[in-house]
Design a protein around this ligand. Structure first.
Ligand code: 5BU
Length: 263
């Protein structure tokens, strides 16, 4: 079924996890990854209960939760699996390969529950091997999303840097795809042309109300992002801060899914 909707992305994909994502998205008719930026476990549980059916993935920042415990987190991850969601820890790893591998362990033990993580390529490509080794250490596998662009104003990921990240990452089997800037469809279209048709591009900086957000965040429209080549819109406050998160999640799901069909 997924191949009908995803076309060349499905046909060119060599990644089990990317195919899993495309299948989940096709089943649930949504390209939404919720940035679940709530600071309490109860807030997170509430979100998953109300909007889980309209999401394909869940993005976490495990280190911003005030009352985090290993037990509550494993319950949360179980709930996410029950809701048919990939779990994506937006840790933005940036250290050398060996330390990144060790940082997959530690108190949060990200390697044991994440399907995807983000990384900067600033320290060189060995970071991808380090993160993959982290998953292997616990008999799991996962995918790395490299930051090729960012959504925040004034960021230092200039076009030359983006090109380097893409050329080092596009043929690496451990790289699931790239983070692109969802707030600028023209930049995104350029990124897609460099990335080609195989790898995923996921995009934060997306909101149905386009314009400037808080503290330098910038927002673009979900349909524009998908038409420009995004495979997943990462939406935070547009859903979790809305008066009716369920209605908002439905609206983002419809906008993203219809744009995929249009594409
Ligand atoms: P928002 O509430 O939709 O603005 O949340 C955006 C989320 O995406 C938030 O969790 C950020 O950490 C994340 N993000 C981003 O906004 N911009 C980026 O370039 C990257 C991640 Br990478």
């Amino acid at each position: 079924m997924a191949n009908e909707f995803w076309g060349e992305r499905w046909d060119n994909s060599t990644s089990d996890i990317a195919r899993k994502y495309m299948e989940v998205a096709s089943r649930k008719k949504t390209l939404v990854c919720l940035a679940a930026d709530r600071r309490t476990m109860s807030g997170l549980f509430e979100l998953i209960d109300s909007v889980g059916p309209y999401l394909a993935a869940l993005k976490t920042h495990v280190d911003l939760i005030d009352d985090w415990t290993p037990e509550s987190w494993s319950e949360f991850c179980k709930k996410a699996h029950d809701a048919d969601l990939l779990i994506f820890e937006d840790r933005k790893f940036a250290d050398i390969g060996k330390i990144s591998r060790d940082q997959m362990a530690g108190v949060y033990d990200i390697r044991s529950w994440s399907d995807l993580v983000t990384a900067h390529l600033i320290s060189g490509p060995d970071i991808v091997d380090g993160l993959q080794a982290g998953w292997r250490d616990v008999g799991r596998s996962g995918g790395v999303l490299l930051l090729a662009q960012m959504s925040s104003r004034g960021n230092l990921l200039n076009p030359d840097y983006t090109d380097e990240v893409v050329s080092k990452g596009r043929n690496h089997p451990g790289v699931f795809g790239f983070i692109g800037n969802g707030s600028r469809p023209d930049e995104l279209a350029e990124l897609r042309s460099k990335v080609g048709n195989e790898k995923m591009i996921w995009t934060p900086g997306v909101n149905l109300t386009v314009g400037d957000g808080e503290m330098g965040q910038r927002y673009g429209d979900p349909r524009d992002a998908v038409l420009a080549g995004s495979d997943c819109i990462i939406v935070g406050s547009g859903i979790h801060r809305s008066e009716n998160p369920e209605d908002s999640a439905k609206a983002y799901a419809a906008a993203s899914w219809n744009a995929l069909l249009e594409r």
